[in-house]
Design a protein around this ligand. Structure first.
Ligand code: CP3
Length: 341
């Protein structure tokens, strides 16, 4: 079966594929019923039946070209015994690692610990209509290290940035370890049937410029090299969130097949400056899906489609859907994209 999303990473298509980052989450009413069946969020992500149910949930409401496996980037820190918890109203909490002091866990078996993801993917592969691409994902080593060192989200990730130069040897060891585990998590998903793999670097804009190549680009290139050396050929979407002008170097050197662009990116600039051989994904502002007034939303959708006409392109939001996002607005966007010529 022809998968529009896969085709559009390889070549320019007449139709534009679409899906939405964080499409399975809290803006869909039944999400809370599914979540309530698990003791906590980690148990939820380790329950193959609940993972299957929530991955399929957005397809009940929307005509989409992809389903993203329901999981979280923090399942790797969880597997590394970092005590990951999701606390209501606070987001993720981990046992913070102290640079140069905390021992880095190097002996875990990702394939064993994350086996429920494998099992859920096998079920999804059978259940999903064949035109829908199944997306597997992982967090990039930098973003995972941010959560592991800080122990939570942060507005500036000062402890992580300081560790870059104050505890460089230790920090490199952490990144090198994460490269291996991220590659293994992606390998697991590719072998279980993922059509596409995505690497989220949600905090790439925290990397100081002199370190961007070393910690924002090289780890991604290394992960892709490891995957290709194991004959895993699925296309890779990279998402260096809000990386600004560093997107240029990332587009040429990370070896991703598609670059996801956040909502701050000027598409005319991107068309002029980024590697023209790779596909683009993005970049609708997810906040435009909240309002009752759809004029900005409709203007943005048209403008994105117009600019990306002669480009390998996947329509998406420039960051995750938020709980406030309205289903009827998402449906409006889907109609516009489907009817665009
Ligand atoms: O469509 C989907 O929602 C797919 C599954 C998915 C989740 N997390 C489920 C989730 C995906 C692709 C992610 C990725 C993820 N997780 C990222 C990268 C993308 C991005 O948003 O930048 C990051 C940084 C995380 C870490 C994370 N997980 C945070 C910061 C939080 C709390 C804040 C928030 O956004 O909810 C989570 C929890 C989380 N992951 C929820 C979901 C549905 C909410 C859990 C709940 O309260 O029920």
């Amino acid at each position: 079966m022809n998968k529009l999303l896969l085709n559009s990473i390889k070549d320019i298509q007449k139709k534009t594929p679409l899906w939405f980052l964080r499409q399975s989450g809290r803006h869909v009413p039944e999400y809370f019923e599914i979540r309530a069946k698990a003791k906590n969020f980690i148990e939820f992500c380790l329950n193959k039946n609940l993972v299957v149910e929530s991955t399929k949930l957005p397809l009940k409401y929307y005509d989409l070209d992809a389903a993203i496996i329901f999981s979280d980037i923090l399942m790797i820190p969880w597997a590394m015994n970092r005590g990951v918890k999701f606390v209501k109203g606070e987001g993720p909490i981990l046992n913070p690692m102290v640079p140069d002091v905390t021992k880095i866990e190097k002996k875990i078996d990702i394939f064993q610990l994350l086996r429920p993801i494998n099992d859920a993917m096998y079920i999804l592969k059978k259940d999903l209509p064949s035109h829908i691409s199944l997306i597997g994902f992982a967090g990039a080593p930098w973003t995972l290290s941010c959560y592991m060192i800080e122990g939570k989200g942060s507005k500036d990730f000062i402890k992580t940035r300081t560790a870059l130069w104050e505890a460089k040897k230790w920090f490199k060891e952490l990144i090198d370890t994460l490269i291996v585990y991220v590659a293994q998590k992606l390998e697991l998903q590719a072998r279980a049937g993922a059509d596409v793999l995505m690497i989220f670097d949600s905090w790439s804009h925290m990397i100081p410029y002199p370190y961007f190549q070393e910690f924002g680009i090289k780890p991604v290139a290394k992960i892709i090299e490891l995957l290709r050396s194991k004959n895993i050929q699925q296309p890779i979407i990279g998402f260096p969130f809000k990386a600004g002008t560093s997107l240029v170097q990332y587009s040429y050197e990370s070896n991703v097949d598609c670059i996801a662009l956040d909502w701050t990116v000027d598409l005319d600039w991107a068309l002029k400056n980024l590697n023209s051989s790779i596909a683009f994904q993005g970049n609708l502002d997810p906040s435009s899906l909240i309002s009752e007034n759809n004029s900005y939303l409709e203007e943005s959708v048209k403008s994105i489609l117009q600019k990306m006409k002669n480009r390998k392109f996947i329509f998406n939001v420039g960051h995750g859907l938020t709980p406030e996002c309205k289903i009827k607005n998402v449906k409006n966007v889907i109609n516009m994209v489907r009817n665009y010529n």
